[in-house]
Design a protein around this ligand. Structure first.
Ligand SMILES: [Zn+2]
Length: 80
């Protein structure tokens, strides 16, 4: 489970990009936190970088190894 301290910096958003499942070793379409759908391990990946290859983390045997974005990192500047 991804954690945060200050709710003011995180918002709930509905977008189909959060529903997509990405196979191991494919390009991350967005920067953010990705979660393995089989075991729940979370990783941070920058946009354009490869998601981890298969068997790169202690994965639960018998479950699907693939990645789903759970937190999107918004790179746009904001008023602070
Ligand atoms: Zn896993």
């Amino acid at each position: 489970m991804a954690l945060y301290q200050s709710a003011q910096f995180v918002d709930t958003w509905t977008d189909p990009e959060f529903d997509k499942i990405h196979p191991p070793r494919t390009v991350a379409p967005h920067s953010g936190i990705y979660r393995c759908v089989g075991c729940g391990v979370e990783i941070a990946v920058s946009e354009g970088h490869l998601l981890p290859p298969a068997h790169a983390h202690p994965h639960r045997l018998g479950t699907r190894e693939a990645w789903q974005m759970v937190v999107y990192a918004d790179h746009r500047p904001k008023l602070v």
